[in-house]
Design a protein around this ligand. Structure first.
Ligand code: ARG
Length: 504
């Protein structure tokens, strides 16, 4: 096949080693189909604008459809030398099939700069929609689990030390709310990704009467990246997609860390399903949370890919520069791994067994109700929180030394401690101590907004169900519109190939 179709200005073919270094063709398998889509929409527009002949369009589309089918059947090998990239490769394939007089017209009014920007946008768009879909699945699983665990009390940790008594459901809702913001970040940057750069030409537009809006419409974009310099030069859309992914992955890494800790024998809060755990080659008793550990590691890698993208970009002048070629694989790898992680994480969240008895056991021996006891002193005795803190702090100190549980505290001991700490007599009504008798009931006593009171938790679950329904609807509508546009494009292609004059 004829490579080097761009080299008319250059006397010699490209040095072999230099060609390998320069070429992006191996990475370009990610955008093979996107490139053809762009070719098809562009050539239809060229015909509609009177720039190429109908007969030429027919031949071009027919050959492109053949190339697409061969690619889908796995008959095209991209491990070829001598081509700078997939753009040169596909154009050469086309020229091979229909001749340079016809195939050579495809690139009219277009450069590889707007072409590759288009391909990346099409691919990032696809990834974002898949991530969006997976995120919704995960959020749905988390909501279901939150509903199942409404009555499960759980210690909440700060500094990984017992902090307050909460509930598992409330913890799961915290995950949901973070993921909702992650979803909204994806949703928001999707709007900026979904714009067509095609027709910007190399950087400054064309003297030919291109119809950029028509191309955007054929490819399912919502509008164009208007300024031709911006269209070929900017990659912020990819950066923000990877950035949204990195934020999401950083969060899942933290949750994974919780689950890893919770799966230890010391915590024993969860049991991973056997099919999602790994053994040891030597220690027969082992059940390792390797998937979660890999999520933690891969999250770091995705953040690294974002950093690499930012670093690559920061020094290059406005306009297309070949440095931009290196961006593609970083972005695609980051988004692909995000997708893989989401799928695995959903499986884990669905299959994990919560050991609620163990959670309860830990609560019953914990000093975490200390804060509620102190607040009760504020509420019933109207003393300052600092005084209450001093009294309860002293009680915990003494009880810990003696190995006593907080729920065994009585009024007399409390009075003694108050006298010792504050130097005054306090009248302690019995109801002050009620709160520590059954720590598992503590969440139901919390009244501040967003606290783990089961009533509030139930309301939050219902609320989040409605939000999720809305988010699903938005995604469904986007997918439907894209499907319709895709159908419209393939019908248009088909009608030109079959030369169905009536429809044009
Ligand atoms: N392979 C290139 C890339 O991935 C395509 C664009 C090349 N443009 C150029 N002016 N050399 O970015």
């Amino acid at each position: 096949m004829n490579s080097g179709i761009y080299r008319s200005r250059l006397g010699k073919p490209l040095d072999k080693e230099a060609a390998k270094f320069l070429s992006s063709i191996r990475d370009d398998s990610e955008i093979f189909l996107e490139d053809i889509l762009g070719d098809e929409a562009h050539s239809i527009m060229l015909y509609e604008q009177g720039i190429i002949e109908r007969e030429d369009l027919k031949k071009i589309l027919k050959a492109l459809e053949e190339i697409k089918a061969e690619w889908l059947r796995g008959e095209i090998n991209l491990k070829v030398d001598g081509f700078e990239d997939v753009h040169e490769f596909i154009e050469s394939l086309l020229i091979d099939r229909v001749g340079v007089e016809v195939g050579g017209k495809l690139h009219t009014g277009r450069s590889r700069n707007d072409q590759v920007a288009l391909d990346i946008r099409l691919k990032v768009r696809k990834y974002l929609l898949e991530i969006w879909n997976e995120l919704i699945d995960l959020m749905e699983i988390i909501l279901t689990r939150a509903e199942e665990e409404k009555d499960t009390p759980l210690i909440l940790y700060t500094h990984l030390q017992h902090a307050q008594i909460g509930s598992l459901s409330h913890y799961l809702l915290a995950l949901f709310d973070h993921l909702l913001r992650d979803l909204e970040r994806i949703e928001d940057c999707y709007k900026r990704v979904n714009k067509s750069p095609l027709g910007a030409s190399a950087i400054g537009g064309s003297i030919l009467p291109l119809n950029r809006v028509r191309v955007a419409e054929l490819l399912g974009f919502e509008g164009v990246v208007e300024n031709s310099i911006d269209a070929v030069s900017s990659r912020d859309f990819a950066l923000e997609s990877l950035s949204a992914s990195s934020i999401l992955m950083t969060f899942l890494s933290r949750v994974s860390e919780d689950l890893i800790v919770w799966s230890s024998s010391e915590f024993g809060y969860i049991e991973l399903p056997d099919e999602l755990a790994s053994p040891s080659s030597i220690m027969p008793h082992k059940k390792n949370p390797c998937l979660l550990e890999l999520i933690r590691a891969k999250a770091g890698k995705i953040c690294g890919l974002l950093t690499a993208s930012l670093m690559e970009l920061k020094g290059i002048p406005i306009g297309y520069n070949r440095d931009l070629q290196e961006q593609k694989s970083l972005i695609f790898q980051g988004l692909k791994e995000t997708l893989d992680i989401l799928k695995i994480f959903s499986k884990i969240m669905k299959g994990v067994e919560f050991k609620t008895e163990r959670m309860l056991e830990i609560i019953s021996g914990s000093y975490a109700p200390a804060i509620d006891l102190a607040e009760n002193l504020v509420k019933y005795l109207r003393i300052s929180i600092r005084e209450a803190h001093m009294i309860v702090g002293e009680i915990v100190k003494e009880f810990a030394e003696k190995g006593l549980k907080l729920k065994d505290l009585n009024q007399d001991t409390m009075k003694d401690v108050a006298r010792k700490v504050l130097g005054k007599e306090l009248d302690i009504p019995n109801n002050v101590l009620e709160i520590i008798r059954d720590p598992s009931k503590i969440p139901s006593k919390r009244v501040s907004m967003g606290a783990p009171n089961p009533r509030d938790v139930s309301r939050m679950i219902e609320d989040r169900k409605n939000i999720l329904k809305e988010k699903k609807k938005i995604l469904k509508n986007i997918l439907k519109t894209l499907e319709e546009r895709e159908e419209m494009l393939s019908k248009t292609i088909k009608s030109f190939i079959e030369d169905d004059l009536a429809s044009h």
